[in-house]
Ligand binder design. Structure first.
Ligand SMILES: [Fe+2]
Length: 443
């Protein structure tokens, strides 16, 4: 019997192990009798509250028959996305975004281009048939596949928005990868990542073997191994198929297992390896770059005396004293603005590594009429706290500055869902709008 972690959520309620067994029994009975499957599990407010409190970064979870727009994306749509991404790679002669493993060995970039999905494969299984004829054990990984289609990316955003609302916004980012193939084990063996993982099987049966973080620490022999028979008794084997969702915390050691049959799985990794102190340091870094000016560029430091005869250091070189003065003179507004700008730039990526870009960026001219590419992907802005007329604009990790009230009004109208004419905007406004279009904000 499949060894499921407790608790398992079912119809929004927490069921503990005894009930889990009952649930499995019911599922088996349902299957045998040909009745319809268990009711969908809703990822509603109650679920997310429970998830944030009891599961996130604490323990693994398996959900059956999850009701989520993200999971409604079928094999056919995923195949189309793969072909789109592959065509783009072939055109650029660069397979970046894809990784291909043969018997656990990573293929060279030029070889990856030869094994990508093609339209003539027709389906995921068609692609698999072509690959299986060539390789007994292969694994294709496509990172950020959804960035080729902003509408599909939006399905993911609906999921991550709810997650972030309850567990917080990631200081680094989340990334979505598609793993497919007939590989018997994860190509790099048992491992731990610095990310919490949500796994959504798309095709076939997916099995993950999991060990807790403390257990992995006590058993360093697990690291990157493929031979883990002696540790198996302490593991959990999780089995999932299309419609299910598996989650495990960032500390969990894991490996995917298979009997060699085909499977395809989405994997959303939410990185948790960037602590708040790094965010603060990054925000200050920008401020320091601006405030220190040319003195901040000096590569050599003039000094009077490095240390005295006893080795004691009692004085700072002049350059440092001047920098202390600059830092002491920072106003509350300057500090606030610096942090606010860094935060806005960070959240303008919506918690992802990259946002979808148009294959052909929109050409901006005075006669153009523009609107937001997606109603929920707003162009963020904030007023400057130090230069009253100025404001900052951000989208997709880009930060721009302007002092044009007309441009700000246009941005507000775009965010309100309106189609906007660019007549009346100054040339420098148009270049800023072009930069927003290049970042993927506009349609
Ligand atoms: Fe992993």
């Amino acid at each position: 019997m499949v060894n499921l972690p407790a608790p398992v959520y079912f119809h929004g309620k927490v069921l503990y192990l005894t009930l889990t067994a009952l649930l499995l029994h019911l599922r088996a009975m349902t299957k045998k009798s040909g009745l319809t499957a268990v009711k969908p599990t809703l990822l509603d407010k109650k679920f997310w509250q429970n998830f944030a409190k009891n599961i996130w970064e604490k323990k693994p979870l398996v959900l059956r028959n999850v009701k989520s727009a993200l999971l409604e994306m079928g094999e056919a749509e995923i195949f189309d996305l793969l072909v789109l991404f592959s065509d783009r790679c072939r055109k650029l002669n660069n397979p970046e975004g894809f990784k291909f493993y043969i018997h656990g060995f990573k293929a060279e970039a030029e070889d990856v281009l030869q094994v990508l999905p093609e339209k003539s494969d027709k389906t995921l299984l068609g692609y698999h048939a072509r690959m299986q004829a060539l390789f007994k054990d292969y694994c294709l990984v496509c990172d950020e596949l959804l960035t080729v289609n902003s509408k599909k990316q939006e399905l993911l955003t609906e999921f991550t928005e709810e997650l972030y609302r309850h567990v917080g916004f990631p200081n680094r980012f989340a990334e979505m990868g598609l793993y497919l193939g007939n590989y018997k084990k994860t190509p790099f063996g048992v491992h731990v990542d610095s990310c919490g993982v949500f796994s959504f099987p798309v095709s076939g049966v997916k099995k993950f073997r999991l060990w807790s973080g403390p257990y992995g620490k006590k058993n360093p022999g697990l690291d990157r191994t493929f031979k883990y028979a002696k540790y198996k008794k302490d593991s959990q084997l999780v089995e999932a198929r299309a419609g299910d969702m598996v989650y495990w915390p960032s500390s969990e050691w894991h490996i995917a297992e298979s009997d060699g049959s085909f499977s395809a799985t989405w994997s959303l990794g939410v990185w948790v390896d960037q602590p708040h102190k790094e965010m603060v340091a990054q925000s200050l870094r920008n401020l320091i770059d601006t405030k220190l000016g040319p003195a901040g560029e000096e590569a050599m430091t003039s000094f009077r005396q490095l240390h005295d005869a006893a080795g004691e250091i009692s004085e700072l070189p002049n350059g440092y004293l001047k920098s202390i003065e600059v830092l002491q003179n920072l106003s509350q507004a300057e500090l606030q603005e610096s942090f606010l700008k860094a935060w806005m730039k960070h959240i303008s990526l919506q918690g992802f590594k990259t946002l979808p870009l148009k294959s052909k960026p929109l050409k901006i001219s005075k006669s153009a009429e523009i609107q937001l590419r997606h109603r929920k992907a707003l162009i963020l802005w904030q007023k400057s706290l130090t230069q009253k007329k100025n404001f900052y604009v951000s989208f997709g990790g880009h930060l721009l500055e302007s002092a044009s009230p007309k441009l700000l009004n246009t941005i507000k109208s775009l965010n309100a869902g309106k189609v906007c004419s660019l007549k009346g905007l100054y040339p420098q406004d148009l270049s800023l709008v072009q930069a927003l279009a290049n970042a993927g904000a506009l349609a």
